[in-house]
Design a protein around this ligand. Structure first.
Ligand code: NAD
Length: 500
């Protein structure tokens, strides 16, 4: 298990995390799958194996859920006073921060993403999310009220509401922002006194395993945080386990739909953060320099492997040629190479299989009569690299206009009137994010009022903040993470009525 080239950047911490033998993290310790089966963890830059982890089956998930259930029942965590939980989560944040370089490097080796990206999002943003959630632990109070009880005029009642942790959270995570997505689920669970079983994506389990170890170091009792490594079998066993009290899933719409149905069957709450096909609209009065760069990075960020990727671009006809050419120039000028190489501005796709799927969309669009302005072809290299593609002339109903490609493929359309184009902007099963580039706030508000999306960005795209709830409309999801909404979604309310 070696890296072809680590560019001299891997620190001792990252080396230790990459080459050690771990296991699933259950009840405070690493262990193998009962079957003894393992999965290879691969560096998409070279295709080389960098670690092995257990391939969990239903029996292993059973142990993990029972561990989380026990930990929830014995109240060593859920029974802590809020300021004590806050202090422990702050300690966890500090431990993640202290290892940010190593965690980012491991994430880059495992996912192919640029080191700047894994540092900013998987490592640093995770620290912010943990700190934000820690603060919520002491702010989750209920309400007290005088009650009317109109049919008992001679009695006096008071009522109070009491927020209580939901219980055991079953958390399922995708591969595109592995540590950060795990923390999106872990942080509110910890803040509210829940316990959790996290199943990272089969391709990117390494940082979640380290996170679970750091939880113990921070003082979180064994069993509160468990990580099962595995694929769909483990995920399904987690979703269907009767002792799981809430499902928190981030992944594809197809899998999310099945998970929602299963959770609905058991009448447990669920949060689904799913796919997208987000529109980017450039109005006639936009600051073009800003809009061209913004629209380019809306699709190129994280190599297009981003649920919010701005993959459908609508440009006012006055600027269409200039904008498309500007974005194509940025796309064609990227330095495509390993994520660990500081000179790279775009790394490989997560796998060859995924890269080939992305490229096949471009080929199909050309066959269907669209024009390719740049890119769309694989690089003849060991890694899962491709040139980012810009397509024009595709039909509104074509696969590149409708389906989530999850890669660096932009499909551009022209329009002449913002109000008239809105039905086309909304012509998608998805409703995750949308952006508009304009100097006029009235135009921005008109757009925001009409667009069907959980998040609207004005003169920016893909910006997330811990304080803002994030979630999709339509087939992009159900429920929200982050913000007050994301925290409160891990609570159930008990109402108490006292007769005086
Ligand atoms: P995926 O749905 O294939 O897998 C996601 C996770 O679900 C993985 O851990 C996988 O092992 C697990 N899984 C697969 N089948 C399962 C089943 N039957 N039961 C339970 N778990 C199962 O998605 P992916 O390819 O890993 O990730 C890409 C997708 O995630 C894209 O659609 C992207 O838009 C979406 N995503 C959404 C957000 C968001 O916040 N809305 C963020 C990141 C990624």
């Amino acid at each position: 298990m070696t890296l072809a080239n680590d560019y001299g950047v891997l620190n001792e911490g990252a080396r230790a995390l990459l080459y050690r033998r771990t296991g699933m993290f259950l009840d405070g310790a690493f262990r193998d799958a009962a079957s003894g089966k393992t999965m290879d963890v691969v560096d998409p830059t070279t295709g080389g194996v960098v670690a092995n982890v257990p391939d969990a089956g239903a029996g292993d998930v059973e142990l993990a859920v029972r561990s989380a259930h026990r930990a929830f029942r014995d109240t060593a965590w859920s029974g802590l006073r809020p300021h004590e939980r806050e202090a422990v989560i702050m300690k966890l944040a500090a431990l993640v921060e202290a290892e940010a370089d190593a965690l980012a490097q491991v994430e880059t080796v495992n996912s192919g993403k640029l080191i700047g990206n894994t540092r900013a999002f998987d490592a640093d943003f995770s620290v912010h999310v943990l700190r934000q959630a820690a603060g919520w632990a002491t702010r989750l109070s209920g309400r007290m009220m005088e009650l009317a009880v109109p049919y008992m005029p001679n009695a006096r009642f008071t009522g109070s509401t009491h927020p209580r942790p939901v219980g055991v959270i079953g958390a399922i995570v995708p591969w595109n922002v592995p540590l950060c997505m795990a923390v999106f689920k872990l942080a509110p669970a910890l803040a509210t006194g829940c316990t959790i079983v996290i199943k990272p994506a089969e391709r990117t389990p390494l940082t979640a395993l380290r996170l679970a170890e750091l939880c113990i170091e921070a003082g979180i009792p064994a069993g509160v945080v468990n990580v099962v490594t595995g694929g769909a079998t483990a995920g399904q066993a987690l979703v269907e386990h009767p002792l799981v009290d809430k499902i928190s899933f981030t992944g594809s719409t197809a899998v999310g739909r099945r998970i929602g149905a299963s959770a609905g069957e058991r009448l447990i709450p669920f949060c689904l953060e799913l796919g997208g096909k987000s529109p980017v609209v450039i109005a006639p009065d936009a600051d073009l320099e800003m809009a061209i760069s913004g629209a380019a990075w809306a699709i190129l960020g994280n190599h297009g492997q981003n649920c919010c990727a701005g993959s459908r671009l609508f440009v006012h006809e006055n600027h269409f040629d200039q904008v498309v050419e500007g974005i194509a120039q940025i796309a064609a000028s990227l330095v495509i190479g390993p994520g660990l190489d500081p000179a790279s501005t775009m790394g490989p796709m997560i796998s060859h299989e995924h890269r080939d799927r992305v490229v096949s969309y471009v080929e199909q669009a050309r066959k269907d009569g669209a024009s390719l302005i740049t890119g769309g072809d694989p690089l003849s290299d060991d890694g899962a690299y491709m040139h980012p593609a810009v397509i024009v002339g595709a039909g509104d109903g074509s696969p590149v206009a409708q389906e989530e490609i999850f890669g660096p493929v932009l499909t551009a359309f022209r329009f002449d009137d913002l109000d008239d184009v809105m039905p086309r902007v909304n012509n998608s099963q998805y409703g995750l994010g949308a952006s508009i580039w304009t100097r006029d706030m009235a135009t921005a508000d008109r757009f925001a009022d009409k667009v069907e999306a959980g998040t609207v960005w004005i003169n920016n795209h893909n910006t997330l903040d811990c304080a803002m709830p994030f979630g999709g409309w339509k087939q992009s999801g159900f429920g929200q993470e982050l913000g007050e909404e994301g925290i409160r979604a891990h609570l159930k309310t008990q109402a108490r009525i006292v007769r005086h």
